[in-house]
Ligand binder design. Structure first.
Ligand code: DLL
Length: 427
């Protein structure tokens, strides 16, 4: 079924999903005490789940479940059958441990290969993989996919930026895979060293692992003279390669739904939302052995479309994720999303695409403090610039920042390894 599924009829897809869901639920019920308990509580026996439409009857799984069951309470196989471990750390101390059997790794490799092909990567390409290797799923996940399609992988990992630049120059990398924030950092260091992106073979960057706005994507594409493709994934489900944009249309991310079943729900009520409406992405694994996951609340905000894509693929697509359910900042009663602030920052030519948001509480009142970085090309008075930023932010957010500080180029700390942190909530 595998590759044909990318263009199969919706009916064929749903039939296959139903079959796999039945197996996954039976397996989870039999082997994972938490799932058995939850299904028992809900009064469901695995036989009640006959096809994919029955999925909303199943209980949901949360990040807290991963933490409570730390380290291996959600595993559905014996340790002897676990071939690999990864982990992801969140805002709290306990990491989420995730496990893979050899078959799980084979499937991951396959969906990553499909992803890269959809992104336009070919067997003759050189791919510089600058996602971190190690417990983070980015490095090894992408690595396997590049090998699977027979392209050449440069296992750079994160950081080491001077070396990254010489590799881009000397090995003629066609594709770069890294976080959006790192791609910007790299572009900046290239500019410092007088390396013209147009002189490089690099044509595509595959960015993911953290949210970014369309404005930020355009900034990256201009700074590196490339096409930027959005790749999405999360450790709890498998890692990178849950979904990706196709190079042909770049109209949403194709979800490899023969392995990962998506729903979008109202983040408050948990009720499923219709096609096209924005809500929280909920994912169910359909083939995972070591760590089957039923209806996982990802915390990521998106919407789904089942329309056939111009590229010919019939798989469901998700919208690009610019925020999470827990992103919302309430500032003196007003709802503020970091992505709104990002758009303002990136769209102002006099400001560099690096910024920092600090929230404090003083005398019972919220304070929103913005630090922006002056673009090199701007040499007018910074006080005027700060005022213009403030006005723009007020127009967008309907709440005025309490302070806008403009610092010199390079004044905002860059993230060289791992995910960027732009919001500091001290309240
Ligand atoms: O970030 C897996 C990955 C690696 C994806 C490399 C893409 C590329 P985690 O560390 O478990 O796994 O973090 C998963 O990162 O729930 C989202 O909040 C966020 N995220 C991942 N990809 C995107 C994206 C990897 N394309 C969490 N856009 C997810 C926005 C993303 N957010």
């Amino acid at each position: 079924m595998s590759h044909h599924l990318e263009t199969a009829s919706r009916e064929t897809i749903r039939e296959a999903q139903g079959e796999r869901l039945r197996e996954t639920v039976a397996d989870a019920y039999e082997k994972v005490p938490l799932y058995r308990e939850r299904l028992d509580e809900a009064g469901i026996v695995p036989e009640d789940i006959a096809h994919i439409d029955d999925i909303p009857d199943l209980p949901m799984t949360t990040k807290e479940d991963f933490r409570d069951e730390y380290p291996d309470g959600l595993f559905a196989v014996e340790w002897d059958d676990v071939t690999r471990i990864h982990a992801s750390s969140g805002t709290t101390g306990t990491p989420k441990i995730v496990s893979y059997t050899q078959e799980d790794l084979d499937i991951w490799r396959e969906v990553m290969a499909r992803s890269l092909v959809a992104a336009g990567v070919t067997a003759t390409d050189v791919v510089q993989n600058s996602y971190g290797y190690g417990l983070f799923t980015g490095g090894l996940g992408v690595h396997a996919g590049v090998e699977e399609i027979g392209a050449c992988v440069i296992p750079m990992g994160g950081g080491n930026t001077v070396r990254q630049i010489s590799m881009l120059e000397d090995l003629d990398s066609d594709v770069l895979t890294c976080t959006p924030s790192y791609s910007l950092y790299l572009a900046e260091r290239m500019a410092d060293r007088g390396v013209d992106p147009e002189s490089l073979d690099l044509s595509t960057v595959i960015i993911g692992a953290e949210p970014f706005t369309d404005a930020m994507r355009e900034e990256i594409e201009a700074a590196l003279d490339v096409t930027a493709i959005d790749i999405y994934g999360l450790s709890e489900i498998i890692g990178p390669g849950v979904s990706i944009e196709c190079a042909a249309a770049q109209e949403g991310l194709h979800i490899w739904e023969d392995h990962f079943y998506p729903e979008v729900v109202d983040p408050e009520s948990g009720e499923p939302l219709p096609e096209g409406e924005e809500g929280e992405l909920v994912l169910t694994t359909l083939t995972k052995q070591a760590l089957p996951v039923l209806r996982y609340r990802t915390g990521d905000m998106t919407s789904l479309t089942y329309e056939e894509c111009d590229c010919g693929r019939t798989t469901v697509r998700m919208d690009n994720v610019t925020g999470r359910t827990d992103d919302l900042l309430i500032v003196r009663g007003a709802n503020v999303y970091p992505s709104q602030i990002e758009e303002v920052m990136v769209e102002m030519a006099e400001v560099a695409p690096h910024y920092r948001i600090d929230l404090r509480r003083e005398d019972e009142l919220d304070r929103l403090e913005i630090t922006a970085e002056r673009h090199e090309s701007h040499d007018g008075p910074v006080a005027d610039l700060a005022e213009r930023i403030e006005t723009k932010l007020y127009e967008t957010l309907s709440v005025s920042p309490d302070s806008v500080e403009v610092v010199d180029p390079g004044g905002i700390e860059r993230t060289e390894v791992g995910k960027v942190k732009r919001v500091y909530d001290h309240r």
